[in-house]
Design a protein around this ligand. Structure first.
Ligand code: SF4
Length: 327
């Protein structure tokens, strides 16, 4: 990374790259857009398609109806499952209700579902590190509810009970803090020395890349602003990672207008980043607001170039691959 010295007024913005949309979010948003184009409104979506207010509000205006459960979808209607994934019980309920379904689960979440199935088949106890109540965790644990135990807090580590300590594996939610997850794994390994590791990283490339980018610049920042929603796990983790890596202050905001002038007092360097479900237009609005207040010097801090894309669900493939228009 290179961060040039501040301009004469001392004010500068360090803009993290990568930030914002990941391949799984882009695919999920395009899935809903294409479903609207192909089948016309209303298209039902179970839960928020991705955890971002702006994206959800924009799609709602175009004719999407967001519901909490498939039981709220009229029989025979079209429902899209969100990027966070659903349990087999939700698929079964949709089938019972004769719903037409399109599954926008991120392929990297599906990968963790498959790992749960595989280890459950091999009769392992599965310790799933993740946040209680998060939709992704509910979907993943639902693949094998009798075999999965959730480990969220350090206290949970002591509560876990396993049948055979030589047949235990840990898996994780895709959007956790990389460092905190490893802390939890080390605690678990003290209790279960034979604890097996996942076959590959469950924390996804987008989560770890965004955390690494913000970590790289945090120590130089008086303030880090993360654009993202309060219910977005990976966005919240970016605030925590920034503070742990030396930023003096850090806040999560959905929109530029939520910027609190008090945060800017005595500040020279501001770090800016955004969660994996955040369209870049929201970051650009924040940069404009900061420029009006004297932070015109924006230096991009690049720690990785992401090239990953995912194919759309089969029902919506038409040869080409559109980029979502909510960006
Ligand atoms: S954050 Fe990771 S797991 Fe979640 S949608 Fe994006 S790529 Fe997929």
């Amino acid at each position: 990374m290179s961060t040039a010295s501040p301009t004469s007024n001392g004010k500068r913005v360090l803009l993290a790259k990568p930030r914002g949309y990941c391949a799984g979010v882009d695919r999920a948003v395009v899935t809903v857009e294409k479903a609207l184009e192909k089948y016309g409104p209303p298209v039902y979506v179970r839960k928020e398609i991705v955890h971002n207010k702006y994206v959800v509000d924009t799609l709602r205006k175009r004719g999407v109806i967001f519901v909490d459960e498939t039981s709220e979808v009229p029989e025979g209607s079209l429902v899209v499952f969100s990027a966070h994934g659903v349990s087999p019980a939700v698929h079964a309920e949709a089938e019972e209700r004769n719903l037409r379904t399109i599954d926008a689960t991120c392929p990297l979440v599906t990968k963790v579902h498959k790992e749960v199935n595989r280890f459950a088949r091999d009769d392992y106890d599965i310790l799933l590190i993740g946040h209680e109540g998060h939709e992704e965790v509910e979907g993943t644990a639902g693949e094998a509810p009798d075999r999965v135990q959730l480990v969220d807090t350090p206290e949970d580590v002591d509560k876990v009970t396993v049948r055979d300590p030589s047949k235990v594996v840990w898996l994780s939610q895709t959007t956790l803090s990389v460092d905190e997850t490893m802390e939890r794994v080390n605690q678990l390994k003290e209790r279960f020395p034979e604890l097996a590791d996942p076959p590959s990283d469950d924390i996804c490339y987008a989560t770890s890349n965004r955390q690494f980018a913000v970590k790289t610049m945090a120590a130089e920042c008086d303030l880090v602003l993360v654009v993202g929603s309060q219910n977005s796990s990976n966005s919240k983790r970016l605030v925590e990672v920034a503070l742990q890596a030396g930023a003096r202050d850090a806040h999560l905001i959905d929109y530029a207008h939520e910027l609190d002038e008090k945060w800017l007092e005595g500040v020279e360097t501001i770090g800016v980043t955004s969660g994996a479900s955040v369209p870049d237009v929201l970051v650009m609005e924040l940069l404009e607001k900061l420029a009006e207040r004297g932070w015109e010097d924006v230096q991009e801090v690049t720690t990785a170039n992401e090239k990953i894309t995912f194919a759309l669900p089969r029902e919506l493939r038409d040869g080409g691959r559109a980029r979502s228009s909510v960006r």
